[in-house]
Design a protein around this ligand. Structure first.
Ligand code: MG
Ligand code: MG
Ligand code: MG
Length: 304
């Protein structure tokens, strides 16, 4: 039997990695040969989470052609590993907007919840498989990461309920406190280049034929962002040029103040239209904006 590779999106975040590990584990428990894989460099936050619960980072998938794949935490082809179009996609488990095409039937499970890990936790229950402490820790961390410790608009009652169950199994006493610990594991910008920060959690979208890249960094206070703003804007301009993007945005999201400083340069007209605000000095502060998926992508889609 061919091994199934469970893989998340490029520029993997904690949900992409932890949901892949947990779902591959569930497959194995029910007698199906499966392996978690990553589709890019693992970030500091995910590294912290894996270490905390005693897991090694999954191997890079490399060329996906000819492999059997389960996609988690994404469904859009441009976010999939290289040559996924030449792979056999057998399942998709996700919580994002749907832009997926396949010429054969696949098991496709998409739920409007804050995190793929919430769905995976349910799938363990559906299968009657007990979640171990380590897997519970991974899934809980993914939920805390994606929902920004339940502060993001994307948070649902299902995410909160799953977190409660998982925290108990993982032996995490104070979930919020642990969530801040997870989030601050990648909150420092020190020692990272402007481009590394732009690509740390980055996705390309196509809005009305325009290629728009959106990166997001999470910070505690805006001091570091403000002091490196010129450098970040230069990085945005260079990424636009190199990758042929019509726009590149960087969301600097303050997880404590609950707002986003949106950095952009170039043709900012559609961006001003999207947010109904003037972009001055290459940035605009958007209070309450935390989520790329809920607060930013739909507005841009409309504006373009
Ligand atoms: Mg993700
Ligand atoms: Mg996710
Ligand atoms: Mg994310």
């Amino acid at each position: 039997m061919d091994t199934i590779y469970v893989v998340g999106h490029k520029n993997p975040d904690t949900d992409s990695i932890c949901s892949a590990i947990a779902y591959a584990g569930l497959k194995e428990k029910i007698g199906i040969s499966a392996k978690a894989a990553s589709s890019g460099e693992i970030n500091d936050e995910t590294r912290f989470v894996l270490g905390r619960f005693g897991f090694a980072p999954p191997d890079r998938i490399g060329d996906a052609s000819g492999k059997k794949l389960v996609l988690v935490d994404h469904n859009e082809a441009q976010q999939s590993p290289d040559n996924a179009d030449k792979a056999q996609i057998i399942e998709v488990i996700d919580h994002h907007k749907i832009d997926f095409k396949c010429s054969v039937p696949v098991y496709f499970r998409n739920e409007p919840v804050g995190c793929t890990a919430t769905i995976i936790a349910d799938m363990y229950e559906d299968a009657g498989v007990k979640i171990t402490g380590g897997i519970a820790g991974l899934l809980l961390s993914a939920i805390l990461s994606d929902t920004v410790v339940f502060k993001s608009q994307t948070t649902t009652e299902k995410d909160r309920a799953a977190s409660k169950r998982l925290a108990k199994i993982a032996g995490i006493k104070n979930t919020e406190e642990f969530g801040i610990e997870v989030k601050t594991a990648k909150a420092s910008l020190a020692g990272k280049s402007a481009e590394a920060l732009i690509f740390m959690d980055y996705k390309d979208f196509t809005f009305n034929g325009k290629k728009v890249g959106i990166g997001q960094i999470e910070v505690v206070g805006m001091e570091e962002v403000n002091s490196r703003k010129a450098e970040l804007i230069a990085g945005i301009a260079s990424v636009m040029k190199k990758n042929g993007n019509d726009a590149v945005l960087l969301m600097a999201t303050d997880i404590i103040a609950e707002g986003t400083d949106l950095l952009a340069t170039g043709n900012i007209k559609p961006l001003e239209k999207a947010f109904g605000k003037k972009i001055s000095n290459d940035s605009v502060y958007l209070p309450k904006v935390m989520s790329r998926k809920k607060d930013v992508v739909p507005l841009l889609e409309k504006a373009f």
